[in-house]
Design a protein around this ligand. Structure first.
Ligand code: FAD
Length: 154
């Protein structure tokens, strides 16, 4: 089995950016990605210079091909465990039983949004329940808005 220089855990924008730089630096890089980026429910991304209005999946498809162009590998899967290999690196264990040997790890697993338990909210998430005025405020400009948030008074 070949040993990687770096395994990047999570192939969203952060992980692919890192993988691009590392593979350009001629490191042997492998990205393991579970394929659930935080903005997956959004139809378009905004406020990202040169990519405004692009579907989020398109950014990642382009990023993956840029990484692959420098020899970086991308594997679909979920990292279930990390085990020191007794030398200077790690075994990366995937939930499908695959094992990868690496000298270094980069964790770019993003955030998970925990939505409030309000009926109908999760169905509307990223459509008309919006988390970020900078990303999506323009799309609902001049409409009547409600705000969910803050802490409950004691
Ligand atoms: C609804 C919504 C809309 C948004 N719209 C915009 C926008 O318009 N413009 C903008 O600039 N930003 C927007 N954002 C913010 C943007 O989504 C984040 O800034 C961006 O996704 C962060 O990238 P990331 O690589 O850190 O994490 P993510 O994109 O979340 O990627 C992390 C990746 O790691 C994977 N992963 C997690 N755990 C494991 C594991 N154990 N093994 C393998 N893989 C794993 C996940 O499946 C995922 O693919 C939006 C966010 C949300 C929620």
């Amino acid at each position: 089995m070949k040993r990687c220089d770096v395994v990047v855990i999570g192939g969203g924008a952060a992980g692919l950016s890192a993988a691009l730089l590392l593979s350009r630096a001629r490191r042997k890089v492998l990205v393991v990605d579970a394929g659930q980026p935080r903005n997956a429910p959004a139809a378009h991304m905004h406020g990202y210079l040169s990519r405004d209005g692009m579907p989020p999946a398109e950014l990642l498809t382009t990023g993956r091909s840029e990484v692959a162009g420098y020899g970086g590998e991308i594997v679909t899967g979920t990292v279930a465990d990390l085990v020191p290999d007794g030398r200077t690196g790690f075994w990366v264990l995937l939930d499908n039983g695959q094992r990868i040997s690496t000298r270094r790890l980069l964790v770019t697993t993003g955030l998970h949004d925990e939505l409030p338990d309000i009926p109908g909210l999760s169905e509307r998430w990223a459509r008309d329940v919006l988390h970020c005025p900078y990303c999506h405020g323009h799309e609902v400009r001049d409409q009547q808005l409600g705000v969910i948030g803050g802490t409950q008074a004691p």
